[in-house]
Ligand binder design. Structure first.
Ligand SMILES: [Zn+2]
Length: 454
């Protein structure tokens, strides 16, 4: 057995529910192993990450609880963890075991969710520690800290994960930041030019761009400037996460109506609500609709794909229905030359996404975040997408993490689930083993490489 295959089998066994996975693999033994080996060795183009620059990450004094702070904390809080405990977990000045005592009661409820699985897969495969508990915590933390030195990103992402290119979305920043690695390619948000909540946010945009924003034309000038600056930094796509705040139905709105909203905003007569109030108090919808379409027209003019957050959300307290990809239909009609990459398999709207991807040649289905969001649902959806939509429209992986260790674990989980889907197809005699391997390569690498030109 070649070393890489042995490594992958170990990884596969470590990925969550190991007993169930091992049992499921029994009947078709060799086929599963061959596919896991082939798919485990493939290079990947990762459509979506949020990594910090490595220099920032190296200063973070990392430990298990820092890694857990991305996504897993959402599950811990949802399981009932009080705010006080969350603060203690985030305080590296507190004794390790005190923090563990606050973590453990809730960890028991989340260790089998996709986020919990990812943490376990990372700890086992990067540091060789098979269990997370009070007695292994010191060894886990010192292993995480030992690895926290220059070269961490190249080691985890390139050497171990075999990721050849990453679309990096560093979150909202007024000015774009050039990614610190050649394989990290920039995807930029312009949502703050679309969804401006108050006069203070107008001033922030003025400071970022040097454009005085007094009317709709100057607001567009400010976006143009930021867009051009982002292109100089090598931007390969744009991204929107507006579904976190409102529905995705962006109507055709005349400039005059958008201008009227902007006038009210600039005079300080009304403001968009914050927190939960944002869902009920949105006085500038015309401006938002108009500006979203303006930004998409820029993507059109520069031939850049548009990544859209669809489906459920990180965090808590949100409206799932706002994120239904069917809201975007008018936009697909009106921007028939723009390639749209719809994120997160639109969970739980996978059926809508499959139908949309089948109807519109310029719309793609992206499984970023999904193998940790709901691993079993992602596996079922992948099987359904393969026989519903043309397979060049399926983008199989984006880690969607702040930390490369967890992106690596996420990709191991994705490879294992995709291998299981492929084994099923071969067993059902829907394709040959060679075709299954080709299909997996398209889904993990070729389709994203082609869409983004990376
Ligand atoms: Zn994301």
């Amino acid at each position: 057995m070649p070393a890489n295959r042995r490594g992958f089998l170990k990884n596969a066994a470590a990925a969550a529910v190991p007993v169930a996975a091992a049992q499921a693999a029994q009947p078709s033994g060799e086929l599963h192993h061959r596919l896991e080996s082939a798919i485990g060795a493939m290079e990947c183009v990762d459509t979506h990450e949020h990594f910090y620059p490595e220099s920032v990450r190296l200063k973070q004094n990392p430990d298990l609880f820092l890694l857990a702070s991305h996504y897993l904390f959402d599950d811990l809080v949802c399981a009932g963890m009080p705010e006080e405990s969350r603060k203690i977990l985030r305080d590296p000045g507190r004794p390790e075991l005190e923090r563990w005592r606050h973590f453990e009661p809730y960890w028991k409820s989340v260790r089998l969710t996709g986020y919990g699985q990812a943490l376990r897969v990372a700890v086992e495969n990067l540091y060789g520690i098979t269990e997370i508990n009070a007695s292994t915590l010191p060894a886990i933390n010192s292993a995480i800290r030992r690895a926290n030195r220059p070269g961490l990103y190249d080691d985890v992402l390139q050497r171990r994960a075999k990721i050849r290119a990453v679309l990096l979305e560093p979150g909202w920043r007024a000015s774009p930041l050039k990614p610190d690695r050649s394989y990290l390619r920039l995807s930029r948000q312009f949502d703050r030019y679309i969804m401006i909540r108050n006069r203070k946010e107008v001033q922030e945009l003025e400071q970022a761009t040097g454009v005085s924003i007094t009317n709709l034309a100057s607001l567009k000038q400010a976006v143009d400037r930021n867009f051009a600056e982002s292109q100089e930094m090598g931007m390969v796509s744009i991204k929107t996460t507006l579904a976190y705040h409102r529905d995705l139905n962006f109507h055709r709105v005349d400039a005059a109506d958008a201008e009227r909203d902007l006038g009210v905003l600039l005079r300080g007569e009304r403001e968009t609500g914050v927190g939960r109030a944002r869902f009920e108090n949105r006085p500038f919808r015309n401006l938002e609709d108009h500006m979203l379409r303006y930004v998409v027209s820029l993507a059109d003019a520069h031939n850049l794909p548009v990544q859209v957050h669809t489906g459920t959300f990180a965090g808590h307290w949100n409206y799932i229905t706002n994120s239904n990809p069917a809201h975007l239909t008018q936009l697909f009609f009106d921007f028939s030359n723009v390639r749209f990459d719809l994120f997160h398999m639109s969970f739980p709207y996978m059926g809508e996404l499959a139908a949309i991807t089948k109807l519109f040649p310029h719309v793609y289905a992206d499984f970023c975040w999904t193998w940790v969001l709901s691993p079993a649902a992602a596996q079922r959806a992948m099987r359904e997408f393969i026989d519903t939509v043309p397979s060049n429209k399926i983008l199989g992986f984006g880690g969607d993490y702040w930390f490369p260790e967890l992106a690596y674990a996420h990709l191991l989980m994705a490879r294992r689930h995709i291998a299981q889907v492929m084994a099923g197809l071969v067993q059902e005699r829907l394709c040959t083993e060679t075709e299954a391997v080709e299909l997996a390569r398209m889904i993990l690498h070729d389709n994203a490489a082609k869409l983004y030109g990376v």
